[in-house]
Design a protein around this ligand. Structure first.
Ligand SMILES: [Cu+2]
Length: 355
């Protein structure tokens, strides 16, 4: 409740905070190379493969170390943005626990931060999800612990006002609380989160883009991103698997404001766990899953045929604002499932295909 109560007055002063924050950040960064500069922006994209493997085990105590760091990162070729991060990547680290675990959280706010930061785990039962307990000024470290009472896939995020600004700048991640007995085994797992960036400059601008409090308040983002940057999960960062494998995507929406109609073009989700509920039986054979801000879903795909499959939000205008990923599936063609003859190099027309 405290977040909501503080959000509205915080939005009223957001422009003041941003001006002072930019001035402090520009003047006091002690590690410009480590944290990225306009000349050498940091790669803030978290690889979709960057998540720990499951461990079937009894409940125990686990430690989660988060460092909040403000960095100038690459938004796309020729454009940078001053991200606020957990551990210098967007999203923050994937936290993997099981129901019954005690999770000890340590949050250190880097000394050169322009803002206090914190973390609110939706998996925690207790005031602010830890957001008050971890509120750390620059250079401070705060700790708290919670017991994972409920299995599920949950968002975590910074909870310092303006919360929307902190989330938009990149301060979100996922925590998986596996149910007793775990989830059905799969061959590969991936970690993908969607967010919005509200830049003063129009989409496609070059240079070091500035955040816009006005566009944030109006919920009018210029960019939509998977894992922090424009088309971040394509090319060498594409998700990769082989036909015949079953893959799982842990998908969350940091937002802060827009829901996602998550879809993989050319595939269906053989299993989908809406709203991150893992104790409810999954839905079967779903094409598009709606994921609200601050929520998540687990989707399993049995890959039948090879090819390139696009990860999108089916609100497809957003693909043209950066929201695009690729799942590359290798393997032998399966013409009994999908048969699309490829035109020859010089004879491209449909008459020749069928001739
Ligand atoms: Cu923050």
């Amino acid at each position: 409740m405290w977040i909501g109560a503080r959000l509205l007055p915080a939005l009223a002063v957001v422009s003041v905070m941003m001006v002072s924050g930019a001035a402090i950040a520009a003047g006091t960064h002690e590690h410009p190379q480590e944290n990225g500069t306009a000349a050498a922006p940091l790669d803030v994209v978290r690889s979709a493969s960057d998540l720990p493997a499951t461990q079937r085990r009894a409940p125990r105590t686990i430690s989660v170390a988060l460092e909040t760091v403000e960095v100038t990162g690459a938004l796309e070729d020729g454009a940078t943005y001053h991200y606020w991060t957990f551990n210098k990547k967007v999203p923050g680290p994937f936290v993997r626990a099981r129901v019954g675990d005690t999770i000890e959280v340590s949050l250190h706010n880097a000394p050169d931060s322009s803002e206090p930061h914190s973390v609110d785990f939706h998996a925690a039962t207790g005031p602010g999800g830890g957001g008050v307990a971890t509120h750390a000024e620059a250079g401070e470290t705060r700790v708290f612990s919670f017991k994972a009472l409920k299995a599920g896939l949950y968002v975590y995020h910074c909870a310092v006002p303006s919360v929307a600004q902190h989330i938009s700048n990149g301060m979100y991640g996922l925590i998986l609380i596996e149910p007793e007995g775990g989830l059905p085994p799969v061959d590969r797992e991936f970690y993908v989160m969607q967010g919005e960036l509200y830049t003063a400059e129009a989409h496609g601008a070059r240079g070091n883009l500035k955040s816009s409090a006005e566009k944030l308040a109006a919920e009018q983002p210029e960019y939509y991103v998977f894992n922090g940057a424009v088309e971040a999960l394509t090319g060498e960062n594409a998700l990769r698997a082989a036909a015949g494998e079953t893959v799982r995507i842990y998908f969350g929406v940091g937002g802060p404001n827009k829901d996602s109609s998550f879809h993989v073009i050319g595939e269906t989700f053989d299993r989908a766990y809406p709203l991150g509920s893992l104790v409810t039986q999954p839905m079967l054979d779903v094409a598009t899953v709606s994921v609200p801000p601050g929520s998540a879903t687990v989707v399993d795909l049995i890959l039948d045929v090879p090819g390139e499959f696009k990860l999108v939000d089916h609100a497809l205008s957003r693909a043209e604002r950066g929201l695009l990923g690729t799942l590359v599936v290798t393997g032998d063609e399966q013409p009994d499932i999908f048969n699309a003859p490829v035109p020859g190099p010089t004879e491209g027309g449909p008459d020749h295909i069928h001739g």
